[in-house]
Write a protein that binds this ligand. Structure first.
Ligand code: PLP
Length: 370
């Protein structure tokens, strides 16, 4: 049995007729950029998150860029971020001429580790960008205390963790800005690129709204330079149809994760480490289920591929080792480097079904019996 790493069509299949009707409605409206569908979607996401403002933008990357711009980050400024994350986290900082200051990660949670980071702060440091990686909240208590100590803006990269929470606080709503992605494989998967910025502060929200539309205010007047970071009406209208199911998609992944944690509980911990289960007060959304395989990760990857079980290395190169950042001062970040050598993510999407997840477990378990 073939098990793909992702199965995006399966999730949308159940909503097919509603999605087609929505497409036709937008088609007939002739209103394709921003407008009432985007506003309605923004209000619904703001309600879901329990936050005052939500601003739809063109992608998760653009959400980061526009939040950084609204935070006043520009050329020469420094922004603290983890090295073990998707490229966009640091790419967005670099795109503005600012400098990513890479920090290491916690071994168990995959999220940034702030120990020893106080000494990296300089007068150029403007912001800190925690990433809620793989569906699990970063240690926001520590992040906020750190930010307060050094007067930094907090931008939460929540691209992978819409709906995740810690102590009943939604990821993305604990700092100054939260940024989200609707890339098709994300917790709320869209039909192309899309993203969103959330914030509590009304002035920040107004600035993000201006910046996403060339800094224009009022029409054809520009006191600042923004960009075209607008969300399409079609994207918003289709996402509105999926938003009510967001928590049920997460519940499906959580069920698969619980199944794997049980199935793999007897594996030799010197060969493989399982991801943490959800701790007390932690709402994990399992955007990925990521094993750490000690010394034989690539062999397991080949074995899974041979047996037609999809898997992927998120991420094979920590960002401080990427060629494009080779000109930055280099520090060793041992955990990020080790994670990149050991991680392997396996299919966890809610539509996996019992047969396919049993097959995944069977193939993984059979590798460790070799
Ligand atoms: C951690 C993280 N940040 C940012 C992004 C960028 O989102 P998008 O692909 O919507 O631009 C992603 C998407 O993969 C991500 O995983």
């Amino acid at each position: 049995m073939k098990v793909p790493l992702l199965d995006v069509p399966a999730q949308n299949q159940g909503l097919r007729s509603d999605l087609i009707a929505t497409f036709e409605k937008v088609l007939d409206s002739g209103y394709f950029i921003l407008g009432p569908e985007v506003e309605a979607f923004e209000n619904e996401v703001a309600d879901y998150l329990g936050v005052s403002h939500a601003i739809g933008v063109s992608s998760g990357t653009d959400a980061l860029i526009v939040a950084l711009m609204a935070a006043g980050v520009g050329a020469g400024d420094e922004v603290i971020c983890p090295s073990f994350t998707f490229f966009a986290t640091a790419g967005s900082i670099a795109r503005l001429g600012a400098v990513p200051i890479f920090v290491d990660s916690e071994e168990a949670s995959f999220n940034l580790d702030l120990s020893g980071v106080d000494e990296l702060v300089t007068e150029k440091t403007k912001a800190i960008m925690p990433v809620h990686l793989f569906g699990r909240a970063a240690a926001m208590g520590k992040v906020k205390a750190f930010a307060r100590r050094h007067s930094l803006v907090v931008i939460e990269d929540t691209a992978q963790s819409l709906g995740a929470s810690i102590c009943s606080k939604m990821c993305g709503t604990m700092g100054d800005f939260g940024t989200y992605s609707f890339f098709p494989s994300k917790n709320l998967g869209g039909f192309g690129d899309g993203g969103l910025v959330s914030c509590e502060d009304g002035e920040n929200a107004e600035q993000v709204r201006r910046l996403r539309n060339h800094g224009m205010h009022p029409k054809y007047y520009h006191s600042e330079v923004g960009g075209n970071f607008r969300l399409d009406a079609l994207q918003a209208a289709l996402l509105r149809k999926k938003l009510p199911y967001l928590d049920s998609y997460g519940a499906g992944r959580a069920e698969n994760a619980a199944y794997y944690l049980e199935e793999f509980s007897k594996l030799d911990p010197s060969r493989v480490t399982l991801p943490l289960g959800g701790g007390v007060g932690e709402g994990v959304t399992w955007n990925q289920f990521t094993l750490k395989v000690h010394g034989e990760r690539d062999a397991l990857k080949d074995y899974l591929m041979e047996h037609e079980v999809g898997c992927e290395i998120y991420y094979p190169v920590p960002l401080h080792k990427q060629l494009c950042f080779g000109g930055l001062p280099q520090r060793s970040l041992p955990v990020a480097e080790r994670l990149s050598a050991e991680v392997l993510s396996i299919p966890v999407y809610g539509e996996l079904g019992e047969k396919r997840r049993e097959r995944v477990a069977e193939v993984v378990n059979s590798f460790f019996k070799l």
